[in-house]
Design a binder for this molecule. Structure first.
Ligand code: ADP
Ligand code: MG
Length: 591
């Protein structure tokens, strides 16, 4: 078959331009991306082979080999993974299926460090090869296809790529980079080992390089040189990090592992690593990222936890392992009990999975409580499951308060969804909430703080919802509360209204919106004030009747209020009604 030329999808061409022009000062990430693809390809083969072992063919070994040729100026990454058919090569290396790409490009800031971090997150990894190469050749053969159905893909990364059929003896893929003049440093054994060590040590797959040894010059005066020995040596740790004892794992290693699995090059905020024993046995290694991903609010957003069964990778994005309101958590679960051929459908019904999910939820909430340094009363008694956990370690002592503030800024609005989603943990979640209030502009007030500051005779926790802090603070509905010195929580997240409909009371005290119904301050209103109000009401009765008539198509009722101090009038919602804020949101959404 002859060569076929294909144009890159427009987005890819644009992306390539950006990648090569804006990321050149962060060249080295290309190797991490290629190794990560090789590792994914091996995971995919291992998974498909669970149903069909013949896919291994003659080659049972899964591994990655990195070779370089100084004279030819090439670097080649070869794996024995799933490989690609010709159609797959065209589809996967010529288009970008992910909708996040546009978002990626919109987010490029011109700051190379920040931009480089985006690359992995948005899955544009393969194309990063063009940062260091002026031509890339990929040769591949999909597992299960005969040798004649191999494919060669090649491109100089400008507008197009070519594919042709080849015969390829081995299954899997090799990616050869023809290095640019200014990237020749990567055709060097030490440099490559350094990068593997830095980025890919914990890939649970051997990464091998050909051994080299020094050979003296044969004759007097002739310089010596490094020559290849022909022996392949494994240069990474190649063990799954989570299976190692905690005491043998450094913080740096935990952080590196996070970077690999989360594709996030900013260190995590905290993590928790436990082996849980008992009825359901599993290992959990869960991380809290330090910043929100771009697609946190995407309804299709996938969960961040990978599922392994006895160290065999089963699936990414195992959404059954954590509730949706903890979707920002990244990590690995390795189950000792699930069958290897477990499917997503099966996961939904599995008792073990339910136990793991509950255990994970408890553990993450516990981690958050540690970060928040919740008061002693807020710490729940250990449960049976917790007691079975051996050797717990949570790395959060330092600046826990700051870390919680960071967590809250990035993910607080997501955690609030838990009030509605997870009735069983509502108490615990409620204690983790932080709000701004009339005494604090920062979202730092806990419901416990609020209760401790309640005025004598105050019967409810008061709050107001609005689009912004300024709008909340300027609301006429707060006037009376200000005058009385009663604190009001100021809520500005879209989810506040909805989530609070599930939190009717906290620790025995009802929550009450100041914008709903007649605010009854009860004992906080003195007798003289009440009397004055009644007299006033009597005096303006004719006016009220007049207003009711004039506004009868727009409002349900008009009444005299004591809630205002400076403003002449305000709108309120009847008790059971939708709040003004919710109504505004619904109108925005076109309802
Ligand atoms: P991502 O890894 O996030 O999917 P990449 O740009 O790194 O994005 O890779 C694009 C796609 O190309 C992969 O999803 C995969 O289908 C294919 N691919 C890349 N490298 C390999 C490989 N070594 N073996 C098999 N498929 C690969
Ligand atoms: Mg990739």
């Amino acid at each position: 078959m002859t060569k076929q030329s294909h144009a890159f999808q427009a987005e890819v061409a644009q992306l390539l331009h950006l990648v090569t022009h804006s990321l050149y000062s962060n060249k080295e990430i290309f190797l991490r991306e290629l190794i990560s693809n090789a590792s994914d390809a091996c995971d995919k083969l291992r998974f498909e082979a669970l149903a069909d072992t013949s896919l291994y063919g003659e080659q049972p070994e899964l591994r990655v080999r990195i070779a370089f040729d100084k004279a030819a100026r090439t670097l080649t990454v070869t794996d024995t993974g799933i490989g690609m058919s010709q159609d797959e090569a065209v589809a996967h290396l010529g288009t970008i299926a992910k909708s996040g790409t546009r978002e990626f490009m919109a987010r490029l800031s011109g700051d190379q460090k920040a931009d480089a971090q985006l690359i992995g997150q948005f899955g544009v990894g393969f194309y990063s090869g063009f940062i260091v190469a002026d031509r890339i050749t990929v040769e591949s053969r999909r597992a299960g296809l005969p040798p004649e159905q191999g494919v060669r893909w090649t491109s100089d990364g400008s507008g197009a790529f070519e594919v042709e059929a080849i015969t390829r003896a081995e299954r899997g893929t090799s990616v050869t980079l023809h290095l640019r003049e200014d990237a020749l440093e990567y055709a060097d054994g030490w440099r490559i080992k350094e990068l593997i060590n830095k980025y890919s040590d914990h890939i649970a797959l051997p990464i091998q390089m050909e051994g080299e040894q020094w050979e003296e010059g044969k004759e007097e005066g002739q310089p010596g040189q490094m020559v290849k020995t022909g022996e392949w040596e494994t240069v990474n740790q190649a063990t799954a990090l989570w299976t190692r004892p905690k005491k043998d794992i450094s913080d740096e290693q935990y952080t590196q592992f996070y970077e690999q699995i989360a594709h996030d090059w900013q260190p995590p905020l905290a993590w928790t690593h436990n082996r849980v024993e008992g009825a359901t046995e599993y290992t959990q290694l869960l991380y809290l990222p330090s910043h929100a991903p771009f697609d946190l609010w995407d309804r299709e957003k996938k969960a961040g936890v990978k599922l392994y069964v006895r160290r065999v990778f089963i699936m990414d994005e195992a959404e059954q392992l954590l509730p949706r309101y903890l979707r920002f958590v990244k990590g690995v679960i390795d189950s000792a009990d699930l069958p290897l051929n477990v499917s997503r459908e099966l996961l939904q019904e599995s008792r073990d999975v339910r136990a793991i999910r509950e255990g994970n939820t408890r553990r993450v909430l516990g981690l958050l409580e540690d970060l928040a340094k919740a008061p002693a009363a807020a710490t729940p008694a250990p449960t049976a499951d917790d007691a079975a956990v051996t050797d717990v370690q949570d790395k959060n002592e330092a600046q826990a308060g700051d870390k919680y503030a960071t967590f809250w800024r990035e993910f607080g609005a997501v955690l609030k969804e838990g009030l509605g989603e997870d009735a069983g943990n509502r108490e615990r979640i409620a204690r983790l909430l932080r709000y701004a209030s009339t005494t604090s502009d920062r979202a730092s007030v806990t419901l416990d703080d609020y209760k401790a500051r309640m005025k004598e005779g105050q019967k409810a926790i008061y709050y107001i919802t609005a689009d912004s802090l300024a709008a909340a603070k300027g609301s006429p509905q707060l006037e009376l509360f200000k005058k009385k010195g009663i604190e009001v929580l100021l809520m500005t997240d879209r989810v506040d209204e909805w989530s609070l409909s599930f939190l009717r009371e906290f620790d025995g005290t009802p929550l009450q919106s100041v914008a709903k119904g007649a605010v009854d301050l009860g004992d906080l209103q003195d007798a003289a004030e009440k009397k004055a109000a009644e007299e006033a009401a009597e005096a303006v009765k004719p006016l009220i009747e007049h207003l009711k008539e004039a506004l009868k198509d727009s409002v349900e009722d008009v009444r005299v209020t004591t809630r205002l101090v400076d403003s002449p009038a305000c709108l309120v919602v009847k008790d059971a009604g939708m709040s003004l804020q919710l109504e505004r949101l619904m109108r925005q959404a076109g309802q």
